[in-house]
Design a protein around this ligand. Structure first.
Ligand code: GDP
Ligand code: MG
Length: 164
């Protein structure tokens, strides 16, 4: 069966936007899963000659800030249990926050390959300086992307498929 790539990240970092960009017309969808489960959404993606199943783990958003940690833990658990590669998505506009470190710790302990993508870098000249702080997560090179403008998406997928 195909490798599984899971997207993990705080609410509002752009997981669903990235997922939809990858599952969209420009990359062919081989098969859509009939059920959108309550806590994860699947799509089959083809990139070059690679095929993988992508999961948006952010199905149910937390109802309050108090639920954030359990929400992030649940996402990380789904990704760690099911994925071959994890895309850890963060937001250059919000910057690095405490829960990003917590997620990084959970993912690191899993020893799964993690690709760190910094979303909302809509303008590489303007926001690139802000990308570097994400090196502090200790998850390797942060890859700048804009899911909304589709910038950096090809480079991200090139990196992802290296680990499949
Ligand atoms: P999720 O909660 O992680 O699934 O995030 P969403 O995909 O729902 O996106 C949250 C908000 O961020 C929405 O208003 C999106 O339009 C916006 N967003 C997502 N990607 C980008 C991006 O690349 N650039 C900008 N400027 N906004 C984005
Ligand atoms: Mg979402």
């Amino acid at each position: 069966s195909k490798p599984i790539v899971a997207i993990v990240g705080r609410p509002n970092v752009g997981k669903s936007t990235l997922f939809n960009a990858l599952a969209g017309e420009k990359i062919s969808i081989v098969e859509d899963y009939p059920g959108v489960t309550r806590d994860r959404i699947y799509a089959d993606v083809t990139w070059l000659n690679y095929q993988f199943t992508m999961i948006d783990t952010g199905g149910i958003e937390p109802e309050s800030k108090d639920m954030m940690i359990s929400y992030m833990r649940k996402q990380a658990e789904i990704a760690i249990e099911t994925a071959d590669v994890i895309i850890f998505l963060v937001d250059v506009r919000q910057g690095l926050v405490d829960s990003d470190y917590k997620v990084a710790d959970m993912l690191r302990k899993s020893h799964k390959p993690v690709v760190l993508a910094v979303n909302k870098v809509d303008n590489f000249d303007k926001f690139m300086a802000d990308v570097y702080e994400f090196y502090n997560l200790g998850m390797g090179d942060p890859m700048p992307i804009s899911s909304a403008s589709r910038l950096g998406i090809g480079d991200l997928l090139d990196e992802v498929v290296k680990h499949t």
